[in-house]
Design a protein around this ligand. Structure first.
Ligand SMILES: CCCCCCCC/C=C\CCCCCCCC(=O)SCCNC(=O)CCNC(=O)[C@H](O)C(C)(C)COP(=O)(O)OP(=O)(O)OC[C@H]1O[C@@H](n2cnc3c(N)ncnc32)[C@H](O)[C@@H]1OP(=O)(O)O
Length: 204
């Protein structure tokens, strides 16, 4: 169903070391652009430098693009994924820590780039974070047992403050290929969004 590039762990490590710092610099650029209060000259100068960097990168295009790598050991490395892509500056990234065979958590800091209501996380992004953790727990973090989102239902209890967030998910039960799983996001004042998902393990 999904295309990916096969590569050795050494190749992955080398590409990660090359591109991860670039991704982090672009994240810092986005954050700086959202916080700047400067005159036209400063903004024009920054824009020219950013345009020059984009032109430099565009001069070396990839011959093919594959958003994920897979090693012979079965490790999957997301390059482009909006939730956890190593090369995607829009991904915070969300690092899922498996706390057991049926549960996981994420601790993440979301800044201005993730804003919806002023000072708070965009509701659609809350949905993305919950979809990501529910999907990874349902899939047991393995390409062999990937489960896709069938249905996900969210309850927004109150706005989620930008800043440090704690996210958890846990499988409640399984019925054949169907995995019923719940999760929540908490900000510094407690739970803000709860989720119930039905994930389906893919046939192949
Ligand atoms: C995204 C990249 C992942 C790359 C993988 C990397 C591996 C890395 C390792 C580890 C991390 C993994 C992390 C993954 C996270 C992913 C999360 C996402 O965001 S996924 C994208 C959004 N979701 C889709 O695009 C699904 C689109 N839909 C489909 O593909 C199909 O509809 C699918 C697979 C969901 C079901 O299709 P069928 O043909 O397999 O299912 P049938 O055989 O018809 O039904 C089986 C049972 O499930 C129920 N069912 C089917 N679809 C349902 C649905 N949408 N909602 C509720 N129930 C459903 C049916 O009623 C049936 O139930 P009865 O056995 O009769 O009781």
């Amino acid at each position: 169903m999904w295309d990916f590039a096969e590569m050795s762990s050494d190749e992955v490590a080398s590409l990660r070391a090359r591109y991860e710092p670039l991704t982090q610099s672009i994240r810092e650029l986005i954050d700086a652009a959202l916080h700047v209060d400067a005159d036209n000259q400063v903004v024009d100068q920054a824009k020219a430098q950013i345009d020059a960097a984009a032109e430099l990168l565009r001069a070396h295009p990839a011959s093919t693009r594959q958003g994920m790598a897979l090693t012979p050991e079965g490790e999957s490395i997301p390059w482009d994924n909006l939730g956890n892509g190593i090369r995607n500056p829009l991904a915070p990234p969300l690092v899922v820590e498996h706390t057991g065979p049926t549960s996981a958590r994420i601790d993440v800091e979301l800044g201005a780039a993730y804003e919806g209501p002023p000072g708070h996380v965009h509701g659609g992004y809350c949905a993305l974070v919950l979809d990501q953790i529910l999907g990874e727990v349902a899939s047991r973090g393995s390409i062999e047992t990937v489960a896709a989102t069938g249905t996900i239902s969210l309850r927004y209890l109150r706005p989620t403050k930008l800043g440090r967030l704690h996210v958890e998910a846990e499988i409640q039960r399984t019925e054949g290929r169907k995995i019923f799983i719940t999760g929540h996001i908490a900000d510094e004042d407690g739970t803000t969004v709860t989720a119930e998902g039905l994930f389906i393990v893919l046939r192949q």
